[in-house]
Design a protein around this ligand. Structure first.
Ligand SMILES: NC(=O)c1ccc[n+]([C@@H]2O[C@H](COP(=O)([O-])OP(=O)(O)OC[C@H]3O[C@@H](n4cnc5c(N)ncnc54)[C@H](OP(=O)(O)O)[C@@H]3O)[C@@H](O)[C@H]2O)c1
Length: 321
């Protein structure tokens, strides 16, 4: 897809002025085809404070008002996962494109509802799995497609991020979709699903906090032709966040932390090539703008079928834990 510099920038609204929204605002300004025009919150005060701090011209005291704002063309949803669904469905019903934070929803049924609504309405919807849009990931797709490490047979990796237990934090609260699988597992599973496809077998173990959400997991994805992925993640421990892709003629180290993919080493048989890359959220934002300019209703890199597949794997992992 080509750059959409010649078309007008997409006018974005942010739903959920929390931690992630604060982090992503500068990336909307860096993206070449985006304009941040509005923010919505459950509170007029929080919306106004956020808008004033970040120079956003319009603010709304409800998510409904944000969705109905005629100045907004696309909505970036950054509430806790269970609260993505109602906002996404309302936005789609209003004809607005949605970029929905990972994990897309807290349940498979909610993901399927959003996918079906978007397809029926012909409205663009995509999971904000920014790892797939970072330049390193784009480069790896080309290296692998050219067969430079042979046939891909598997991957191994973790995303481990120690967090002190805090019952108030969404990460540990079942009502807010807490737990390491939806927060960290989504990255390792989506990575494996992207490069290897949807697995035939899922095997998982893990442990839970007294609040009921899981703090650690380890899982194996199996494919009928013998390929496999061995993945792990935890809030309960420290770890690097590395990923390795194994091929019949070489392998690729995606260095820590792999989900932002700032550097990789490509081993063609035994010869290493070290490469460094820029990374950030602007690439997924630009990709949405390019899709909209091209009249697409789904991303070819993060299609809704992949999101549904990843959600199903996460549900299976949670069942087994
Ligand atoms: N891509 C990444 O690197 C990345 C990193 C971190 C998080 N995330 C994702 O971004 C999303 C938000 O994470 P976060 O850490 O930013 O969350 P957060 O700060 O806990 O919450 C974000 C906002 O959601 C709004 N909200 C709406 N309904 C809510 C409810 N019932 N309970 C609590 N808040 C509610 C709140 O705004 P108002 O009260 O003002 O309405 C809150 O400020 C999650 O899906 C997360 O997985 C992605």
């Amino acid at each position: 897809m080509s750059e959409s510099q010649t078309t007008a920038p997409i006018r974005w609204g942010i739903a959920g002025p929390g931690r992630m929204a604060t982090e992503i605002v500068p990336e909307f300004h860096l993206a070449g085809n985006a304009e941040l025009v509005a923010v919505g919150s459950r509170s007029a005060e929080r919306a106004e404070v956020f808008a004033t701090k970040h120079g956003i011209p319009r603010w709304h005291s409800s998510y409904e008002a944000l969705v109905e704002d005629p100045a907004v063309e696309a909505i970036y949803i950054a509430t806790p996962h269970p609260q993505h669904t109602d906002i996404a469905l309302a936005a789609i019903a209003a004809g607005k494109a949605v970029l929905v934070e990972k994990a897309f929803t807290a349940t498979v049924a909610d993901t399927e509802r959003i996918a079906e609504a978007a397809r029926q309405a012909g409205v663009f919807a995509m999971e904000a799995m920014w790892t797939r849009f970072n330049p390193a990931a784009a480069h790896l797709r080309e290296v692998i497609a050219r067969g430079e490490i042979g046939e891909l047979r598997g991957c191994q990796g973790d995303l481990t991020a120690f967090r002190e237990f805090d019952a108030e934090d969404r990460l540990f609260d079942p009502a807010k979709g807490g737990g390491a699988v939806l927060d960290l597992g989504v990255y390792v599973i989506s990575f494996a699903q992207h490069f290897l496809g949807t697995p035939d077998v899922v095997r998982a173990v893990g442990g839970r906090y007294p609040s009921g959400v899981e703090g650690e997991f380890s899982l194996l994805l199996g494919y009928g032709d013998g390929r496999s992925a061995s993945l792990a993640g935890a809030f309960t421990a420290y770890g690097p966040g590395r990923m390795m892709l194994n091929g019949t003629r070489g392998w690729i180290d995606v260095h820590a932390r792999f989900h932002r993919a700032a550097s990789v080493t490509i081993w063609r048989e035994k010869t290493p090539e070290h490469l460094e890359f820029d990374s950030g959220y602007r690439y997924e934002i630009e990709h949405v703008g390019e899709c909209l300019a091209a009249g697409l209703t789904e991303s070819p890199i993060m299609p809704l079928d992949d999101t549904v597949a990843v959600q199903r794997i996460m549900a299976e992992v949670l069942d087994q834990i």
